[in-house]
Ligand binder design. Structure first.
Ligand SMILES: Nc1ncnc2c1ncn2[C@@H]1O[C@H](COP(=O)(O)OP(=O)(O)OP(=O)(O)O)[C@@H](O)[C@H]1O
Ligand SMILES: [Mg+2]
Length: 354
């Protein structure tokens, strides 16, 4: 029997639940000539949502993850490689022949896909201009290309003034819908909402929340019922109470609950056992993270993990506040109606170590 839950990758089909309105919204949105910016905390399901929606549009679409891009040359090559997936080279050869720097294109014998590279040291600005012009010229206003850039905030590290250059190129294009995704809340808002940023008001900002409890409950209950029968509803509730309906952590916990049920059916408190299993398997990473934090950060994390107030007089309020902001920026701490640890299993580990 295969585990009915999945976490850590883009999920589709039977692993994907709800987001009906969001999928519909994105499908409608790209019918306009506008660009979409999707922001959420880490692992809320941005990539999965956008992958599903663009597939449903039936339009030509390409996708690059800026996190995996190492330079402007590399970005140009990756965009081009993706482009050849939707436009066979034979049909666009005449457009590629306009390139000022000719790419090396070969078929990878293992994947069967195109490999694209440029000679080392090729001018990134020229490459980007040519690739962007190619994407534009291969499409029309009636047949716009959808270009998804995931972890877009990483663009800022690629090269100095990269944001300015990219924005200038995108501005010229009329045949492309960009969907830009990012998870570092503050950086993404800085890029799109700061008046001084070249991407200021570049597109419509969309924020993604957690999954609605009822839908997620039904999804988990169904998946668990194969192993737990009439216990499955109770377990689904326990999982969601623990994770607060976080998409990734709920799937992770459910996958482990399911596994405990299969491998150790005699276990009494299955959710507790699954939590311990997860915490133990990550202990090494957690410890490494912990040793990287300074004392103030450790103190804050401990207070948050155990629901104790931060205003205790032990540290200056301004010190605590700026450390908290940094922890939030780095994704360890999130704020909804109060500050809390992002990862419930890390929280558990911290509580266990006190
Ligand atoms: N609609 C959904 N239904 C069920 N589970 C989901 C859904 N969306 C996301 N998940 C769960 O969350 C995990 C993370 O999803 P995804 O990678 O799409 O999120 P993300 O916001 O792009 O994350 P990251 O911040 O790491 O880029 C998935 O592997 C899956 O377990
Ligand atoms: Mg993602």
């Amino acid at each position: 029997m295969e585990n009915p839950f999945k976490f850590g990758t883009i999920v589709d089909a039977e692993y994907f639940t709800d987001r009906v309105r969001e999928v519909e919204y994105i499908c409608q949105f790209v019918k306009s000539a506008n660009h979409l910016i999707l922001i959420s905390p880490r692992r809320f399901g941005k990539s999965s949502l956008v992958a599903k929606a663009v597939k449903l549009t039936g339009r030509k679409h390409i996708s690059v993850n800026i996190q995996n891009v190492t330079s402007v040359q590399d970005l140009s090559a990756k965009l081009l490689r993706e482009f050849f997936k939707v436009h066979p080279l034979e049909r666009v050869r005449h457009l590629v022949s306009h390139f000022r720097i000719i790419p090396t294109i070969s078929t990878n014998p293992i994947t069967g896909l195109m490999d694209v590279s440029f000679q080392p040291g090729a001018d990134g600005t020229v490459l980007m201009e040519d690739v962007m012009a190619l994407m534009e010229n291969a499409h029309s206003e009636k047949d716009r290309l959808i270009v998804v850039m995931d972890e877009f905030q990483e663009i800022m590290d690629l090269a100095p003034k990269m944001d300015r250059q990219l924005r200038a190129l995108m501005q010229e294009q009329k045949h492309i819908n960009y969907i830009l995704l990012g998870s570092q809340e503050s950086m993404m808002t800085d890029i799109f909402e700061n008046k001084k940023s070249p991407f200021y008001h570049f597109g419509e900002l969309m924020r993604l929340g957690k999954l609605p409890r009822e839908d997620f409950y039904n999804y988990l209950e169904k998946g668990l019922s194969g192993v737990f029968h009439d216990e499955s509803g109770k377990l689904a509730d326990e999982i969601l109470d623990y994770t607060g309906c976080h998409p990734y952590y709920s799937q992770q916990l459910a996958a482990n609950v399911w596994q405990v049920g299969v491998l150790q059916p005699e276990t009494k408190d299955v959710v507790r056992a699954a939590i311990e299993k997860i915490v133990t398997s990550h202990a090494l990473d957690y410890e490494r993270l912990w040793t990287g934090f300074n004392r103030t950060n450790r103190w804050i994390l401990q207070r948050l993990a155990t629901d104790r107030p931060l205003q205790s007089g032990e540290h200056r309020t301004s010190t605590v506040y700026s450390a908290l902001k940094r922890l939030q920026k780095e994704g360890y701490v999130v704020y909804s109606d109060r500050y809390e640890l992002e990862d419930p299993f890390y929280r558990q580990w911290i509580i266990g170590g006190e």
